[in-house]
Write a protein that binds this ligand. Structure first.
Ligand code: NI
Length: 179
Protein backbone atom coordinates (compact mmCIF):
# COMPACT_ATOMS: atom_id res chain seq x y z
CA UNK A 1 0.00 0.00 0.00
CA UNK A 2 1.31 3.44 -0.84
CA UNK A 3 1.90 5.92 1.90
CA UNK A 4 -0.90 8.28 2.82
CA UNK A 5 -0.03 11.95 2.43
CA UNK A 6 -2.03 14.88 3.75
CA UNK A 7 -1.93 18.41 2.38
CA UNK A 8 -3.71 21.69 2.96
CA UNK A 9 -5.37 23.64 0.18
CA UNK A 10 -6.16 27.34 0.08
CA UNK A 11 -9.33 27.92 -1.85
CA UNK A 12 -11.95 30.62 -2.32
CA UNK A 13 -14.68 30.03 0.26
CA UNK A 14 -17.53 30.41 -2.20
CA UNK A 15 -15.89 27.95 -4.57
CA UNK A 16 -15.44 25.44 -1.78
CA UNK A 17 -19.09 25.83 -0.81
CA UNK A 18 -20.12 25.09 -4.39
CA UNK A 19 -17.81 22.09 -4.45
CA UNK A 20 -19.24 20.74 -1.19
CA UNK A 21 -22.80 21.10 -2.47
CA UNK A 22 -21.91 19.30 -5.67
CA UNK A 23 -20.10 16.39 -4.05
CA UNK A 24 -22.92 15.97 -1.54
CA UNK A 25 -25.39 15.62 -4.42
CA UNK A 26 -23.12 13.00 -5.94
CA UNK A 27 -23.07 11.07 -2.72
CA UNK A 28 -19.46 11.55 -1.67
CA UNK A 29 -18.90 11.02 2.02
CA UNK A 30 -16.02 13.49 2.18
CA UNK A 31 -13.93 15.96 0.21
CA UNK A 32 -10.88 13.71 0.13
CA UNK A 33 -12.64 11.02 -1.87
CA UNK A 34 -14.10 13.57 -4.29
CA UNK A 35 -10.69 15.18 -4.76
CA UNK A 36 -9.03 11.79 -5.37
CA UNK A 37 -11.59 11.06 -8.09
CA UNK A 38 -10.94 14.43 -9.73
CA UNK A 39 -7.20 13.76 -9.74
CA UNK A 40 -7.69 10.28 -11.20
CA UNK A 41 -9.98 11.66 -13.88
CA UNK A 42 -7.33 14.21 -14.79
CA UNK A 43 -4.75 11.42 -15.04
CA UNK A 44 -7.01 9.45 -17.38
CA UNK A 45 -7.37 12.55 -19.56
CA UNK A 46 -3.57 12.83 -19.66
CA UNK A 47 -3.25 9.14 -20.51
CA UNK A 48 -5.44 9.70 -23.57
CA UNK A 49 -3.78 12.98 -24.43
CA UNK A 50 -0.30 11.40 -24.43
CA UNK A 51 -1.21 8.54 -26.78
CA UNK A 52 -0.51 5.92 -24.14
CA UNK A 53 -1.75 2.35 -24.12
CA UNK A 54 -5.22 2.60 -22.70
CA UNK A 55 -8.72 1.12 -22.75
CA UNK A 56 -12.17 2.38 -23.58
CA UNK A 57 -15.60 1.41 -24.82
CA UNK A 58 -17.25 2.45 -28.05
CA UNK A 59 -21.05 2.35 -28.11
CA UNK A 60 -22.98 2.57 -31.37
CA UNK A 61 -26.66 2.34 -32.29
CA UNK A 62 -27.66 1.63 -35.86
CA UNK A 63 -30.42 0.26 -38.05
CA UNK A 64 -29.22 -3.03 -39.44
CA UNK A 65 -31.63 -2.65 -42.39
CA UNK A 66 -29.56 0.24 -43.75
CA UNK A 67 -27.99 -1.01 -46.93
CA UNK A 68 -24.45 -2.35 -46.53
CA UNK A 69 -24.16 -0.89 -43.04
CA UNK A 70 -23.69 -4.19 -41.17
CA UNK A 71 -21.10 -5.23 -43.76
CA UNK A 72 -19.28 -1.89 -43.48
CA UNK A 73 -19.18 -2.06 -39.69
CA UNK A 74 -17.92 -5.64 -39.75
CA UNK A 75 -15.26 -4.72 -42.30
CA UNK A 76 -14.13 -1.82 -40.13
CA UNK A 77 -13.96 -4.02 -37.03
CA UNK A 78 -11.79 -6.50 -38.89
CA UNK A 79 -9.40 -3.65 -39.71
CA UNK A 80 -9.02 -2.96 -35.98
CA UNK A 81 -9.26 -6.54 -34.72
CA UNK A 82 -6.06 -6.13 -32.72
CA UNK A 83 -7.66 -3.35 -30.71
CA UNK A 84 -10.96 -5.11 -29.96
CA UNK A 85 -11.10 -7.11 -26.75
CA UNK A 86 -14.79 -7.91 -26.74
CA UNK A 87 -18.04 -6.98 -28.45
CA UNK A 88 -21.56 -6.99 -27.08
CA UNK A 89 -24.42 -6.90 -29.57
CA UNK A 90 -28.04 -6.34 -28.55
CA UNK A 91 -31.00 -6.40 -30.97
CA UNK A 92 -32.94 -3.50 -29.45
CA UNK A 93 -36.02 -3.85 -31.63
CA UNK A 94 -37.01 -4.74 -35.18
CA UNK A 95 -34.66 -2.09 -36.63
CA UNK A 96 -32.12 -1.01 -34.08
CA UNK A 97 -28.95 -2.72 -32.96
CA UNK A 98 -26.78 -1.63 -30.05
CA UNK A 99 -23.14 -2.57 -30.03
CA UNK A 100 -20.58 -2.00 -27.29
CA UNK A 101 -16.94 -2.62 -28.17
CA UNK A 102 -14.31 -2.87 -25.47
CA UNK A 103 -11.08 -1.61 -27.02
CA UNK A 104 -7.47 -1.47 -25.94
CA UNK A 105 -4.47 0.16 -27.58
CA UNK A 106 -2.80 3.48 -28.22
CA UNK A 107 -5.29 6.23 -27.52
CA UNK A 108 -4.91 7.91 -30.91
CA UNK A 109 -5.67 4.65 -32.68
CA UNK A 110 -8.70 4.00 -30.47
CA UNK A 111 -9.92 7.53 -31.09
CA UNK A 112 -9.48 7.04 -34.83
CA UNK A 113 -11.36 3.72 -34.71
CA UNK A 114 -14.22 5.31 -32.75
CA UNK A 115 -14.41 8.22 -35.21
CA UNK A 116 -14.61 5.81 -38.12
CA UNK A 117 -17.36 3.72 -36.49
CA UNK A 118 -19.43 6.68 -35.32
CA UNK A 119 -18.95 8.42 -38.65
CA UNK A 120 -20.10 5.45 -40.71
CA UNK A 121 -23.17 6.38 -42.72
CA UNK A 122 -26.30 5.05 -41.02
CA UNK A 123 -24.92 4.95 -37.47
CA UNK A 124 -27.55 6.83 -35.48
CA UNK A 125 -25.54 7.49 -32.37
CA UNK A 126 -22.13 6.64 -31.11
CA UNK A 127 -19.78 7.53 -28.33
CA UNK A 128 -16.31 6.70 -27.11
CA UNK A 129 -15.87 6.39 -23.36
CA UNK A 130 -12.26 6.96 -22.40
CA UNK A 131 -11.15 5.09 -19.34
CA UNK A 132 -7.90 3.61 -18.10
CA UNK A 133 -5.91 0.43 -17.73
CA UNK A 134 -5.40 1.60 -14.16
CA UNK A 135 -1.62 1.26 -14.49
CA UNK A 136 -1.03 5.00 -14.50
CA UNK A 137 -2.59 5.14 -11.04
CA UNK A 138 0.70 4.10 -9.49
CA UNK A 139 -0.27 5.15 -6.03
CA UNK A 140 -3.65 3.68 -5.31
CA UNK A 141 -4.70 6.63 -3.19
CA UNK A 142 -8.28 5.48 -3.01
CA UNK A 143 -7.22 2.47 -0.98
CA UNK A 144 -5.26 4.50 1.51
CA UNK A 145 -6.47 3.76 5.00
CA UNK A 146 -8.99 1.19 3.82
CA UNK A 147 -6.92 -1.90 4.55
CA UNK A 148 -3.73 -3.61 3.64
CA UNK A 149 -4.54 -4.71 0.12
CA UNK A 150 -1.99 -3.93 -2.55
CA UNK A 151 -2.96 -2.82 -6.03
CA UNK A 152 0.60 -2.58 -7.25
CA UNK A 153 1.95 -4.62 -10.15
CA UNK A 154 2.00 -8.28 -9.15
CA UNK A 155 3.81 -10.68 -11.51
CA UNK A 156 1.81 -13.57 -10.13
CA UNK A 157 -1.47 -11.89 -10.91
CA UNK A 158 -1.19 -11.22 -14.61
CA UNK A 159 -4.24 -10.75 -16.78
CA UNK A 160 -2.67 -11.99 -19.94
CA UNK A 161 -5.75 -12.32 -22.08
CA UNK A 162 -3.94 -11.36 -25.26
CA UNK A 163 -5.34 -9.39 -28.13
CA UNK A 164 -6.98 -10.19 -31.37
CA UNK A 165 -9.15 -13.00 -30.11
CA UNK A 166 -12.22 -11.64 -31.77
CA UNK A 167 -12.93 -14.69 -33.84
CA UNK A 168 -14.84 -17.48 -32.24
CA UNK A 169 -15.95 -15.23 -29.41
CA UNK A 170 -19.20 -13.94 -30.72
CA UNK A 171 -17.63 -11.78 -33.38
CA UNK A 172 -20.44 -9.73 -34.81
CA UNK A 173 -20.66 -10.85 -38.38
CA UNK A 174 -23.80 -9.77 -40.20
CA UNK A 175 -26.61 -11.59 -38.52
CA UNK A 176 -30.04 -12.42 -39.82
CA UNK A 177 -32.95 -10.65 -38.23
CA UNK A 178 -36.54 -11.82 -38.59
CA UNK A 179 -38.46 -9.52 -40.91
NI1 NI B 1 -28.86 -6.76 -34.14
Amino acid sequence: MSELARFGVSIDAALLEQFDEQIERKGYSNRSEALRDLIRDHMVTEEWHNNEETVGTITIVYDHHTRELSENLTHLQHSFEGEIISVLHVHLDHHNCLEVLVVRGRSQLLQHFADRLVGTRGVRHGKLTMTTTGRSMVSCVGCAGEGEHDHGPDPNHGHNHGHGQGHGQGHPHPHPHPR
